[in-house]
Design a protein around this ligand. Structure first.
Ligand code: PDD
Length: 276
C-alpha cells in the first residue's frame, strides 16, 4: 500500500512518523474520509471545504492548495489502484516537544492513504441494530478533528451490547452515531438534527437531503427526541462508509416492524443512482 506522507508517495513501511507529532500527544489535527467510486473521489469539493473549515477553526493553516491536495489524493487512488474504497487523510499541527501551547513555526504534517472498501451491501439491505447512549463528546462535534476517543468508546459499547452502532443523545435529544448521522421518518417526513455544533455536518447527510428534495420527500432539520426515535416509522443513518443504512432496532425494540422502510429504500435507490 502506498501512502502519501509529507508530499512523498511511499510504501507504508517506509513512512516514518515522529513520536513528537502532536497528533499522538493531543489528537491535534483534522481529518477526512472520502469515498472512492469507480476510481474517483466522491464529493471531493465538499470534503475539501470541510477540511479547511475544521483547520481554520482549530487555527491551523493547510500548506497545500486545493488543487495540490486533490491532485495528490487522486494520484494516491491511482497508485493504489482503488476502484471502490476510501481515502483517509489527516493533517496534524506538526512536530514539536510536548507542550499544550501551539508550537511556533511547526509545519502541519499530512498523512493520507487509499484502500479498498466495498459498499456495505448486507447492512444496507438488512439494516442494523442500535443502542442509545449518552453523547459525552465536546461541544464542537462539527469539527472533524482527530480526537475520537468518545466515538471509539461509543462504537465499542454498541458491540459489547450485541448491536452494530450507537445512537447518541444529549439529555434525550438525538444527535448522531459513532461515525454517521442519524435521521428518522415520521408520516412521510425526514427529520434530522440541524447542522450545528452538536453534530458533524455529514456530506452523505447533505447528499441525502438533496436527493430527498429531488424526490419530493419533505425533510426537516430539527432536533428530535429519544421518544420520537422510538416512535418513528423509519430510522436510518448516513455516512461515507455506510451510505444510507436502515436501522431496524433501537435498544432491542424493532423499528418499522424490524424491516427497512419505504422512504429509506427510495433514498438508497437514489443514492445508488447518484454514484453510478
Ligand atoms: N465518519 N458523524 C460522525 C461523528 C462521523 O465521524 C461521520 C463520518 C459522519 C458522516 O459524515 P460523512 O457523511 O461526511 O462521512 C457523521 C467517518 C467516515 C469516519 O470517521 O470514519
Amino acid at each position: 500500500q502506498i501512502y502519501w506522507y509529507q508530499n512523498q508517495f511511499l510504501p507504508k513501511d517506509e513512512v516514518r512518523i515522529s513520536p513528537e507529532d502532536r497528533g499522538y500527544y493531543f489528537g491535534d489535527g483534522a481529518y477526512e474520509v472520502i469515498r472512492v467510486y469507480h476510481g474517483k473521489l466522491f464529493e471531493a469539493d465538499a470534503h475539501y471545504d470541510r477540511l479547511v473549515r475544521t483547520a481554520e477553526a482549530i487555527h491551523m493553516t493547510l500548506p497545500l492548495s486545493k488543487q495540490e491536495l486533490l491532485d495528490g489524493l487522486n494520484e494516491l487512488v491511482k497508485r493504489n489502484q482503488v476502484q471502490e474504497g476510501t481515502v483517509y487523510l489527516q493533517y496534524t499541527r506538526g512536530i514539536a516537544p510536548r507542550a499544550h501551547s501551539f508550537p511556533q513555526g511547526a509545519e502541519p504534517v499530512l498523512m493520507a492513504y487509499a484502500g479498498d472498501l466495498k459498499r456495505p451491501l448486507a447492512a444496507m439491505e438488512n439494516g442494523i441494530r442500535t443502542v442509545t447512549m449518552d453523547d459525552i463528546r465536546w461541544l464542537r462535534c462539527d469539527l472533524k478533528t482527530l480526537n475520537l476517543l468518545a466515538n471509539t468508546m461509543a462504537k465499542q459499547h454498541a458491540l459489547s451490547q450485541g448491536a452494530d452502532d450507537v445512537i447518541l443523545h444529549r439529555q434525550g435529544t438525538v444527535t448522531e452515531c459513532s461515525a454517521s448521522n442519524a435521521a428518522i421518518v415520521k408520516n412521510g417526513r425526514i427529520i434530522t438534527h440541524p447542522a450545528n455544533h452538536l453534530i458533524l455536518h455529514g456530506i452523505t447527510r447533505m447528499v441525502m437531503l438533496r436527493l430527498a428534495e429531488r424526490l419530493g420527500i419533505p425533510a426537516e432539520e430539527r432536533p428530535f427526541t429519544l421518544d420520537e426515535l422510538q416512535a418513528a416509522d423509519e430510522v436510518f443513518i448516513t455516512g461515507t462508509t455506510v451510505e444510507v443504512t436502515p436501522v431496524v432496532s433501537v435498544d432491542g425494540l424493532p423499528v418499522s416492524g424490524g424491516q427497512p422502510g419505504p422512504v429509506t429504500r427510495r433514498l438508497q435507490e437514489a443514492f445508488s443512482e447518484a454514484i453510478r
